[in-house]
Design a protein around this ligand. Sequence first.
Ligand SMILES: [Zn+2]
Ligand SMILES: [Zn+2]
Length: 524
Amino acid sequence: MAQPLARDVVEEIAKQYGVCIRPVPLRRQDIVTGQVEVIDVPCGATLESKCPPCAKRNRQLRRAQCREGWHLDHEPVNIPDNADDYQRHLVELRADVQAWRDETEKAGGDTTDLDAAIVELDEEINAAGMRGNVLGRTSGKRSRSTKRRQDAPDLPKRQMTKTTLGRTFTGSDGKVYRPSMFVTLTLPSYGRVLEGAPLNPDAYDYGRAARDALHFSKLVDRFVQNLRRVAGYDVQYFATVEPQKRLAPHLHMAIRGTLPRTELRQIIAATYHQVWWPSTDEVRFEGEHLPVWEDGAGYLDPTTGEVLPTWEQALDALDQDDEAEPLHVLRFGDQMDVKGVLAGTPDADQLIGYLSKYLTKSLGDALGTDDPRRKAHAERLLDALRFEPCSPTCPNWLRYGVQPKGAKPGMAPGRCKGKAHKPDHLGYAGRRVLVSRKWSNKTLTEHKQDRRTWVLEALGVEDKPVDPHRYIWRPVKPGDPELAPIGVRLLRSVHERQRWRNHLDRLQAEADGQDLSATEGRAA
Ligand SMILES: [Zn+2]
Ligand SMILES: [Zn+2]
């Protein structure tokens, strides 16, 4: 009885000191000195986390990143991130998680969590390599028969200039104004909503809501493409995807530079995205009647023995079918909000705070509420997502008679482990923060490094670049005799933090004292 209570108390203390409460222990071997240490890495350093102190720190970093790029007055110099330390760290972690997973499987354990972690890490690795650019994720896409998929809406088109900066205006006083925009984009209505739940659940279009959420990030990509085409310059943005009360994702976007509001409205209204996936109109397999796996052949119809079309074959058939319709077409809703913002105004600051405010709130938070209407609403949406294919690799394709991409034994419709089907995500499994390549000169890792450098400078410690090859990191398994109990580790971190804070305070006091004496000196 005493143990969990004690842990709660320690966690509270850790939170007060901004110390990660779910640290990831790693064994670090220094190949120069041979020294081996167990080091607690904050959970927020690897994955987007819900640990409150890490979430808070990540939010602060995001704010700094947003502020840095919004009203940039010089072109960013883009340094390619080919050997990013962060990415390397993720790749190593990925290898570790794979090893744990394989060991767990060998021992007959449950690998569900580890499988999910692998998927998440893969996404994170891709995103890190792309500097978080949603438009960059086009590798491995089919290039065949894309004509009908690339329909460009009828919009004005300006001559492209190479700049990423917005226009400036000079006032009568000679002051230069640097206006930018803040845009909020929402999805269409699926039925009337009151207090975050439909007035008439039977009339609410859950199927459409589910598909819109699944493909939302693609629609955002299209919007950015159209925006750039119309604006005539390489428009940069910092955006966050957040849940609306009705549980649909929506987007807040800080855009560098400005466009006439009417044009922006035109772009939003004209933007759409077509999902060219095989049809899911006909349910071919369900309940006990499910495709069976045969080594060397793939999934077969259990009754006829017919091999189901592979993902590639299904797409080929779709390409050849002139009558085919896209599985889904997405558009934005009528509700949009466009604000003009000037650099350095309180307005800009407020919006930056707003952009990062809800980052830790998950889309599915409503499932945990006491409001029975909202809870039921979230459950119905979750139901609608259950058999909806979330990606080409989704096992749900078997329900519609198609082998998922990369089919392997053990797949069954309704049992996809993809994030999109999870209560926390409610269809939207994409990244919550979308930052264009040339927003600022820095990646989030570099912003983290900035803070580190600042602290080390304040401490009077030289921040020497560390050779990333100097250390070998290995996982520490739970129950490892060298691993202290979590309570002890948290208290250790709190102690470290306390020491560090005291030191900073002392330095600050010294600096204040010097300033004071300098002022006094001048006064005298
Ligand atoms: Zn943490
Ligand atoms: Zn899925």
